[in-house]
Design a protein around this ligand. Structure first.
Ligand SMILES: [Zn+2]
Length: 172
């Protein structure tokens, strides 16, 4: 399984949020090894076996890893070989993108529905129409008349981001 650098960063951030630091250590090993059993994971992550197992069950519960089970014939017990759940990971990354998209749309709506004002001397970066009216359109710091703030660049940026995310999410 191959991940580019950016996906790995997104992935590790998500794992940290969802399952914590120990899970990040385990997932890093799985990214390098493709698959590994409990012992290898413990050794390579520098964690205790029971710690690793706890993390693995958490990851399994969240459908981020899969395992296959083999019998160790010599010793007569099961060996679990773990790997990352490609589908599961893809789904959480998509879920994250959908969340970001929803936030961007809210932000866009806010930018579209508001008029903004700013101080020409830069004391106040931006305030909404209502706030500016409360101040009688004067800067509360220097007393200059507030000027209309042009948010068209912000609007363009937001629209482009939204478009690109929507395109991305349309591809399965
Ligand atoms: Zn001012």
């Amino acid at each position: 399984m191959y991940y580019d650098k950016e996906s790995i960063e997104v992935l590790l951030r998500l794992i940290l949020e969802l399952c914590g630091e120990d899970a990040v250590k385990v997932v890093k090993v799985l990214l390098n090894e493709a698959e590994a059993n409990d012992d290898t994971l413990a050794e390579k992550s520098g964690m205790r076996l029971n710690q690793v197992r706890r993390v693995l069950y958490d990851l399994l519960d969240k459908q981020l890893v899969v395992y296959k089970r083999d019998v160790d014939k010599e010793r007569g017990y099961y060996i679990y070989t773990w790997s990352l759940n490609r589908e599961g990971l893809r789904e959480i990354i998509r879920e994250r993108k959908r969340l970001v998209l929803a936030r961007l749309k809210e932000r866009l709506q806010y930018e579209e529905q508001n008029m903004f004002f700013a101080c020409p001397n830069g004391c106040i970066k931006r305030m909404t129409f209502d706030k500016a009216m409360e101040q009688q359109f004067k800067c509360p710091l220097c007393g200059s008349m507030l000027q209309n703030f042009d948010n068209s660049k912000i609007l363009n940026k937001l629209r482009l981001k939204i478009e690109s995310l929507e395109r991305d999410l349309a591809h399965r």
